[in-house]
Design a protein around this ligand. Structure first.
Ligand code: UDX
Length: 440
């Protein structure tokens, strides 16, 4: 079986490589020549654990190919996945120009039946637009050609993408014909042998599922952050509250960790986009508007605590551990660290930052407004306080003796609640975290 994937970004590259790993012949297409050249040599443009080796293996086995020619990739393909970017437009709605351009090209070059699958996160109604764009081009050619569209949203988490693709909780596929369902079923069968289902449904429901899933997860996080803020006021500990509510199986214990707010390419963008879709349909998603507001404020909560502790913040030096929006990725999109570092430097403070992999990406956003350290201890030299923003494993059990020697003050602002307040007390630290009593 042969398929094509258009767009070698995060979703496209992971999907293509994982499909190839099951023995399917996959051609990945991108307009970026340099990227395609590098990928053909097994050099991948993103940081994702295990992906480089998997790309290399499948390239060597001659079942994963990279090209800039969409036309070429279409030959003998039974399915083509559109996995190009859908950046947020000025008003928060997703920009579909890349998706629809790919659809038009498919219509121009398609020479046999295939399923055209939208894999990028796209607004409800996009598959319909893709279908119309392809049909339009086919008609311009004056020919008759049968094809189907399908919607197959992706639920990958960055940093765990391969595992998520290989062992999904579920696969959601929106289809309009049995023929398309059969092809999609054949493609995904190897991934559902562990008993998790392929959920076939109508196309608008599949498109909606992606937004509803991300919006629900974002809601859980903002809800917990809101509760955490109240915990601080009433003297409760959000970690205990989390354990207390998380053991109720109706609530569940995942995605209820309070922190410095959610970031990344999906939650902020998708929450905005679904709010926009609702507004365009004269409906206000009141809960999600609140989810977004709470998250915007939550990114500033750490700054508020720092300002309260250091009323004379100008000229103070802060060490920052972690820059990426979460561990195991170099992705800096919507990262709380950016908001926090910018706010501190605007107040006249100095920020010395270290991240195990995201420093290059961080430089694109923060430039030379912050100083970048050699390692996690280097940034502690003469620091007035340490701010923990991303819970990378290496930050979890630091060498307190070394810290004591390097830092000016023993003060920690923990934006992810990774340290044990009892231990901080024992080591003589002033310790601020999220939704838990301050240790002084
Ligand atoms: C998310 C979804 O999980 C995934 O299904 C979808 O396809 C894309 O969006 P990702 O953006 O990779 O994946 O990150 P995720 O691991 O879900 O974390 C998102 C953000 O939420 C991070 O900033 C993280 O720090 C934050 N988070 C997560 C919390 O603050 N608390 C939690 O309990 C969980």
């Amino acid at each position: 079986m042969k398929i094509s994937i258009v767009g070698t970004g995060y979703v496209g590259l992971v999907s293509g490589t994982c499909f190839a790993d099951t023995g399917i012949n996959v051609t990945c297409v991108d307009i970026d020549k340099e990227k395609i050249k590098k990928l053909s040599e097994g050099v991948i443009p993103i940081y994702e654990p295990g992906l480089d080796q998997m790309v290399l293996n499948n390239v060597e086995k001659d079942r994963l190919h990279f090209t800039t020619s969409l036309k070429e990739s279409l030959e003998h393909s039974e399915a083509i996945f559109i996995a190009v970017g859908t950046p947020p437009g000025e008003d928060g709605s997703a920009d579909l120009s890349h998706v629809l351009e790919v659809a038009r090209q498919i219509g121009r070059h398609m020479n046999h039946y295939m399923v055209v699958v939208t894999k990028s996160t796209v607004p409800i109604g996009t598959a319909k637009k893709v279908k119309a764009a392809i049909q339009d081009e086919i008609e311009k050619r004056g020919i008759d050609m049968d094809f189907d569209v399908a919607s197959n949203p992706e639920f990958l988490k960055e940093g765990n993408a391969i595992e998520d693709f290989l062992k999904p909780d579920r696969i959601v596929v929106g289809v309009e014909s049995e023929r398309a369902e059969k092809i999609m079923n054949r493609l995904y069968k190897p991934f559902v042998l562990n008993g998790h289902p392929i959920l076939f449904m109508d196309i608008p429901s599949a498109e909606m599922t992606k937004y509803a899933a991300n919006a629900m997860l974002a809601t859980k996080i903002s809800f917990m952050n809101d509760v955490a803020n109240l915990c601080e006021i009433v003297g409760a500990d959000v970690n205990n509250v989390r354990r207390g509510i998380g053991s109720d199986s109706r609530i569940g214990n995942k995605f209820i960790y309070a922190g410095a707010g959610y970031g990344g390419s999906c939650f902020p963008k998708d929450v905005k986009a679904i709010i926009k879709t609702a507004q365009l349909n004269n409906y206000n998603l009141r809960i999600l508007e609140a989810v977004e507001n709470v998250n915007d404020d939550q990114k500033k909560v750490v700054v508020k605590k720092i300002k309260a502790h250091f009323p004379d913040i100008k000229g103070k030096t802060f060490a920052m551990w972690g820059l990426s929006f979460k561990p195991h990725t170099d992705d800096m999109r919507e990262a709380p660290a950016v908001v926090i570092a910018k706010a501190l430097t605007e107040l006249g403070a100095k920020v010395k930052a270290y991240d195990p992999v995201a420093m290059d990406e961080a430089k694109h956003q923060l430039g030379d407004t912050v100083v970048y350290g050699e390692d996690q201890y280097d940034v502690l030299i003469d620091a007035d306080a340490l701010i923990l923003i991303t819970e990378w494993p290496e930050f979890r059990v630091p060498n307190y003796k070394v810290m004591d020697k390097l830092m000016k003050n023993k003060i920690v602002f923990d934006g992810r609640n990774i340290y044990d307040p009892e231990e901080m007390k024992e080591f003589g630290y002033t310790y601020y975290s999220i939704g838990r009593p301050v240790i002084k």
